[in-house]
Design a protein around this ligand. Structure first.
Ligand code: GLN
Length: 474
């Protein structure tokens, strides 16, 4: 039963051939064993449910399905720490809307997953709870910041998981772990109850074994939520993908995101995926995203600026840990000194500087103008083509420790994923092959609210590419 996709398991439970509580217990035991092994295991989880939910299997389309949830989603009465020591032991009094909608549809929270602290990172090495290992090669990173979610799904420790993506944190770990990761259109899913990193970029989405499971989760997650003023009514129903061909579809390949900086093995797998798309009936042409190469520079001003504001609330008074001190100011500074890790402090300092009087226009204002240019690039490109294809990440999974000393090298991981975050458009990563035995991700991008088309194209390609992820199951 652990081989079943989420969709197949939900069907089996509904047909009465599989018991939801048995399925939950089977995953729970595996997850608990990983948690007990600490850093000698995959270290995917920061919390695992103590028992299967009691009583009758839950009603709804996801009835009985276990769900792993990234640590930064607030879950009532369950530790929600955003990978940070400053929130150690924090038990929120409410549950994030994205999680609530999945549990209302019948899913049950199996575990909380390890992540980079406050979702800042690309390797999961910035977690306050230790690094996560990649199930394809335990000496390598799973990507980040949703590294625990990706490793848990790839390793077969959870049927599917929730993550968040601010600049690539669903897509890049999905790519490095050989699974599917979907970042929806900004505003499609409520951010209520997600511990914020950069509010104009953060978006929740699923990490799954296949494209159909991503559609199944997304269908329950979307929609306006009165508690998030940036959330929108999704304009149509999210459908189960069924396409097997791509006839008539126009696909664009931007030279800016597919050439220099992409390692050879990734480029080869990407080229093979393009050939596969053509064989399925799509036309492939070149498009331009002239401002995309500036996306990283703009992102690493905008995201730290927003984080410096969002993280001001962690002052030892309202949430989580509080350092001992003789007076209030010393308590604030000690709490933040002891509670935040190095990357979080670096970003708070960068963001505070970029927003300070006299520098605001030169840095933040300019970055916002670049952001507008990038959105305009996508709008122009989508007048020419239906969807855009790029590699998801410039490299396959790298060794633990390889990039921790060089933040700029780490930031380059997001080269292909950040432009879509700045533009707010949806993008999915699906595994498209192996390079030196490690998975390569293909990113498919569409205009706002084109998830149905995106999922259909991904489904057709997934069928033709026939990627086999079974080698990673623990
Ligand atoms: N790796 C990027 C960063 O460190 C993106 C993180 C994310 O999407 N949450 O900011």
């Amino acid at each position: 039963m652990l081989e079943l996709s989420a969709l197949a398991a939900a069907d089996a439970i509904r047909d009465g051939v599989l018991s939801g509580s048995e399925l939950f217990e089977a995953y729970r035991e595996r997850a608990a064993a990983d948690a007990a092994a600490g850093e000698s295991g995959l270290n995917c989880f920061t919390w695992v449910a103590e028992q299967a939910p009691s009583g009758e299997p839950r009603e709804g389309p996801l009835g009985g399905l276990p769900l792993a949830v990234k640590d930064l989603f607030c879950t009532e009465g369950v530790p929600s720490q955003a990978g940070s020591r400053i929130l150690e032991g924090y038990l929120p009094p409410y549950t994030a809307t994205a999680v609530r909608r999945l549990t209302d549809a019948g899913a049950s929270v199996l575990a909380k997953t390890n992540q980079d602290e406050f979702a800042m990172g690309s390797s999961n090495e910035n977690s306050g709870y230790g690094p996560v290992r990649n199930p394809w090669d335990r000496a390598r990173v799973p990507g980040g910041s949703s590294g625990g979610s990706a490793a848990a799904v790839a390793g077969g420790l959870a049927p599917w998981a929730l993550g968040t993506d601010t600049g690539g944190s669903i897509r890049q770990p999905a790519a490095l772990c050989g699974i599917v990761g979907l970042k929806p259109t900004y505003g499609a899913v409520s951010r209520y109850g997600m511990i914020a990193f950069a509010s104009s970029l953060d978006q929740a989405g699923p990490l799954t074994r296949n494209v159909a499971d991503a559609a199944l989760a997304l269908a329950q997650m979307v929609g306006r939520d009165d508690r998030d003023a940036t959330s929108l009514e999704y304009p149509h129903a999210v459908a189960q993908p069924s396409a097997e061909r791509l006839d008539g579809l126009r696909l664009g390949v931007p030279e800016e995101l597919t050439g220099e900086g992409i390692e050879a093995g990734v480029r080869e797998a990407f080229a093979a995926a393009l050939a596969c798309a053509e064989a399925l009936g799509a036309s492939v042409e070149s498009v331009r995203l002239p401002h995309a190469p500036h996306a990283l520079s703009a992102y690493y001003v905008i995201a730290p600026a927003e984080c410096s504001s969002n993280l001001a609330r962690f002052d030892g008074v309202r949430y989580g840990m509080r350092a001992e001190a003789d007076d209030l100011l010393e308590m604030y500074t000690r709490t933040r000194h002891d509670g935040f890790g190095a990357e979080v402090k670096r970003r708070i300092m960068l963001g505070t500087y970029a927003l300070s009087s006299g520098y605001y226009d030169a840095y933040y204002g300019r970055a916002q103008r670049v952001r507008t240019k990038i959105s305009e690039d996508f709008r122009a490109a989508f007048e020419q083509v239906d969807l855009i294809l790029t590699p998801t990440a410039p490299t396959v999974a790298f060794a633990l420790g390889e990039k921790t000393g060089d933040p700029l090298a780490m930031y380059l991981n997001d080269f292909c994923t950040v432009p879509m975050s700045l533009a707010g458009v949806p993008a999915i990563s699906i595994p498209c092959g192996l390079s030196a035995g490690l998975p390569v991700g293909l990113q498919i991008v569409g205009p706002a609210f084109s998830e149905n088309r995106l999922l259909d194209a991904a489904h057709a390609l997934e069928g033709a590419l026939a990627f086999d992820g079974s080698a990673a199951r623990v």
